[in-house]
Ligand binder design. Structure first.
Ligand code: 3H9
Length: 718
């Protein structure tokens, strides 16, 4: 590793050799204070890594310094390796060398943690000799979420401090855990009570230099001064500890981890690393960890997961600079399953909610559903009773539209009938402020047509939640022709506050997600007529990684629901088998789970079984339609379903319904159970490359015609 002689000075320094000021240092009362200031999350870019090494080496040789503190400016201690550098060739100093330099330092080094200390950031903290944390801080090893394992000693040092059981839980789950959960363990030497005012100041617009010293900084210095006063200056190195794994049942842990991983490689590799290295010294253990980290780093799963992370950040970005309006009071019309789920989301995000229903009876039923949602959150440990009470205190209800007059946003979730929705918005417009944002939760209706029927079309936007609305992360923000940029910015900001993954889409039947879902369903149904078996289709898709088989999903949601929605649309004359399998099921009164018979047969315990009758019915239907049956391989099934999504995805891009290929991926990852470690349908297309995608689409066009497999422009695949 290349090092320079770093100047010894008591003044703040920037890192030599560049204009960067990402790592500075100063010396106060024999304490060397290293500050990392690299927005937005102090990630370990090359400049930060270089700065850290130079700063530690400089302070180590500075006779005025007895103890070192590593702290961060901004909203968090280091949140991990710099994801923006992934995919580029690795540059020195490598993170394992950085953490080893810190641990080897002959003077005690204290890490001062707040915000979310994650991955490589946590590895830096573990290499420090003392850790002090603000009580609101969280720590975690989220590498598995990127298809990785900790690659800079995290597996080794965490296993030494917490033991294999807790270390494995943290590393294989990727969860961010409150530091208070570790009080009493060796992980933290001191937990500093947070002062609410401190957060407000950190987030304020004041220049950092004008902010008063935070409680964490104060306490970190007091801790350092105490070490100096007591002459307690021998560093305690985690790397020198041994692992206590005596009573740990590695076999049982392995079984659980493989079961939970559901196709993901990284958690299984993490287990292997901990098991294999438990008796090794830190250097050998880190070498083994590094080897496995680099293998994962080159894997397709990691590329897909990193793509998913970047795609989500990208989807949240708008090209316009319009400023959102401040939304505090929200009106929700309709307290059915969808409306009550949506109201639950808003309440959980601390909005004031005014629920509106048609009658007192319906209102009571809606309120009961919302209360049940919160009760279930409390029961499942997702929320405390007092937190639930605070949220529910913000709920009011009425059957009078006049009570919406103060609302900043009014969202309707009534049944799918365009005339009902038009009438409803006319009433809303007549009672609300001019700037109130009007939102419809329709899944299929033409929002432009609704907008044309009201006097403020620019205020109307689609906010398409997915069911169950209080659980599903996806939110399609639908821009109609006249929707103003400010209204879109407001809807996106509300989505963020609701902790949803919001994606901006345009108006068409089914918008982006359901339009693609219909295309996917069409292909699955067609394969049934062509001879693929129900179980084989579902198994092929779930073995590939989909959360559920497409036919099990239809049985769950009710085959008649989709059938009646499709029946309201003109039948596509060019597609003789269009959803004919579903129509056959409906005719035979096999509506799904609710009739204990659908594509599967269900017993009294709800367990599904093969339905011989379905095979016969589908065979007869295929014969009537003149469709020849054949056998399918699992690969055939997956390819057909996947290419249907890819083809429709390109059609959506061409029609301007979505802005980016990656937005489609985000929709499929969060709304339809697409395996995150496969990145999304468009990521799959990118991995295959333009030539292969073009060739496969041409083959499908040749076999089935260009009305079903239209020519699409795949130039975006480069
Ligand atoms: C690792 O550390 C491997 C090591 O073990 C071994 C190496 C050898 N890098 O989410 P937000 C950006 S693997 C670069 O909206 P929040 C993000 O893109 C890494 N940039 O804020 C966004 O930028 P923009 C392990 C990052 O407050 C901005 O920060 N670490 C990184 O809701 C704000 O993000 C992780 O996996 C990063 N590491 O949540 C942490 N992280 O505004 C992943 C964020 O331009 N990150 N950005 O779009 C997170 O979980 C959340 O971002 C965090 C903040 C909780 C930190």
């Amino acid at each position: 590793m290349a090092t320079e002689n770093f100047p010894k000075t008591k003044e703040a320094l920037s890192i030599k050799g560049s204009q960067s000021t990402v790592v500075t240092l100063k010396v106060v009362k024999n304490i060397g204070i290293i500050t990392i200031d690299y927005a937005p999350v102090n990630a370990l870019s090359q400049a930060v890594r270089t700065g850290l090494v130079l700063a530690v080496e400089s302070l180590e040789t500075n006779d005025d310094v007895k103890v070192i503190i590593i702290r961060c400016q901004g909203k968090t201690f280091i949140a991990g390796a710099d994801i923006k550098e992934f995919g580029k060739p690795a540059t020195e100093p490598y993170l394992p060398d950085v953490v080893n330099t810190i641990e080897a330092c002959r003077k005690p080094v204290i890490a001062s943690l707040f915000g979310t200390t994650l991955g490589g950031g946590f590895e830096v903290a573990l290499a420090c000799h003392y850790r002090i944390a603000l009580s609101t801080a969280k720590v975690g090893m989220p590498e598995v979420n990127l298809g990785l394992i900790p690659g800079a000693g995290g597996t080794q040092r965490l296993m030494r401090i917490l033991g294999p059981e807790q270390a494995l839980e943290m590393i294989t789950s990727g969860r961010h855990i409150s530091v208070t959960k570790f009080s009493g363990s060796n992980l933290f030497d001191f937990i500093v009570e947070d002062k609410v005012v401190e957060n407000k100041l950190a987030a304020s617009e004041l220049p950092q230099s004008e902010l008063p010293e935070s409680e964490l900084d104060k306490q970190s210095k007091i801790f350092a001064l105490q070490l100096i006063r007591e002459n307690n200056l021998t560093p305690c190195r985690v790397g020198e500890m041994s692992v206590n794994s005596q009573d740990f049942d590695w076999q049982a842990a392995k079984f659980n981890i493989i079961k939970k991983a559901r196709g993901k490689q990284a958690p299984v590799v993490a287990f292997d690393v901990l098991e294999q290295t438990q008796k090794m010294n830190i250097n050998d253990g880190m070498a083994y960890e590094r080897e496995k980290f680099l293998q994962l780093r080159a894997s397709e799963q990691s590329a897909a997961l990193i793509h998913a992370f970047a795609a989500e950040k990208q989807a949240a970005k708008l090209s316009s600079k319009a400023q959102p309006i401040d939304v505090i009071n929200v009106g929700i019309i309709g307290g059915g399953n969808m409306g009550s789920g949506i109201a639950t989301c808003f309440l959980a995000a601390h909005f004031n909610v005014q629920l509106i229903e048609q009658s007192n009876e319906a209102l009571e039923a809606g309120l009961a559903r919302i209360r049940n949602n919160f009760a279930s959150n409390v029961k499942r440990g997702r929320m405390s009773q007092s937190a639930s009470d605070i949220c529910l205190a913000k709920l009011t209800a009425s059957i009078d539209y006049q009570s919406l007059s103060h609302c900043d946003l009014v969202l309707e979730a009534v049944f799918e009938n365009i005339d009902v929705k038009k009438e409803l918005f006319k009433k809303v417009v007549s009672v609300c402020k001019a700037e109130t944002v009007l939102a419809t939760n329709t899944s299929y209706l033409d929002i432009d047509e609704i907008a044309a029927s009201i006097s403020r079309p620019e205020q109307l936007v689609g906010m398409h939640f997915f069911s169950p609305a209080n659980i599903m992360k996806l939110l399609e923000i639908v821009k109609a022709d006249k929707t103003s940029e400010q209204v879109i910015a407001t809807a996106m900001q509300v989505g963020k506050k609701l902790k949803k993954v919001s994606v901006l889409v345009g108006v068409c039947f089914g918008f982006a997600g359901n339009r693609m879902y219909t295309r996917y369903g069409r292909e699955v149904q067609q394969m049934l007529l062509e001879g693929a078996k129900v179980e084989q289709i579902d198994n092929a898709m779930t073995n590939w990684g989909m959360a559920m088989g497409p036919l099990a999903v239809q049985d769950m949601s009710g085959i008649d629901i989709g059938h009646s929605a499709r029946s309201a649309q003109p039948f596509p004359a060019h597609d003789k088998g269009y959803f004919k399998a579903a129509a056959t099921m409906v005719e035979a009164n096999r509506l799904g789970r609710k009739t204990q018979a659908g594509f599967y047969q269900y017993d009294e315990n709800g367990k599904n079984h093969h339905a011989a009758e379905v095979e016969t019915l589908l065979f007869e239907e295929a014969q009537q339609l003149g469709i020849k049956q054949r056998t399918f391989s699992d690969e055939d099934i997956v390819q057909r379903a996947l290419f249907a999504l890819i083809c429709e995805g390109f059609a959506l891009l061409k029609a301007g319904i979505v802005q980016r290929m990656s937005d489609i991926d985000v929709i499929w990852l969060h709304g339809y159970g697409f395996p995150r470690y496969k990145g999304g349908p468009m990521f799959q297309a990118r991995q295959m490359g333009k030539a292969q995608v073009e060739q496969k689409l041409a083959e499908l066009r040749e076999e089935f015609g260009d009305e079903i497999w239209p020519v699409v422009n795949v130039d975006l695949l480069g």
